[in-house]
Design a protein around this ligand. Structure first.
Ligand SMILES: [Zn+2]
Ligand SMILES: [Zn+2]
Length: 137
């Protein structure tokens, strides 16, 4: 079992944070936006409460409309651009942490893979996880 808090930092180290409690849910998203974001086949999101995250450093913000019609806002390091978390401005206390910045990445075990309709052919979904063609409702 992981010991909390777990610290995290962006690539340049100017943004640091502590995750105080286990995420509620970890998912892998294979949508094209997440492929761009991760420069890989999918991105990983850990659902956490804003209260369980202590962040310090200078964050910039950008947002876009999501497929759901909700706005998806992103916080990233102002210096190196590394993505820290996403959130819906209409529900700003539910944080979608991009957890690859944590020092202990053993907690990053997606239990669901979403947007598998846009998945890269060569990536095989592990057994025993839930899959969704698009965004689960
Ligand atoms: Zn940085
Ligand atoms: Zn996605």
């Amino acid at each position: 079992m992981a010991n909390y808090p777990i610290s995290g930092a962006c690539q340049c180290g100017k943004v640091t944070y502590e995750l105080l409690a286990p995420p509620k849910l970890v998912v892998a998203c294979h949508c094209k936006e997440c492929q761009k974001l991760s420069t890989s086949a999918f991105s990983i999101t850990a659902m956490v409460d804003l209260a369980d995250l202590k962040i310090s450093g200078d964050l910039s913000e950008w947002s876009r409309m999501a497929d759901s019609g909700n706005r998806s806002a992103a916080k990233f390091c102002s210096t190196c651009g590394n993505r820290i978390y996403h959130f819906d401005p209409a529900n700003p206390t539910a944080i979608k942490l991009k957890p690859s910045n944590l020092t202990d990445t053993s907690i990053i075990q997606p239990v669901a893979h979403i947007w598998v309709s846009e998945k890269q052919e060569w990536y095989q979904i592990p057994e025993g996880v839930k899959t969704f063609d698009k965004q689960p409702s």
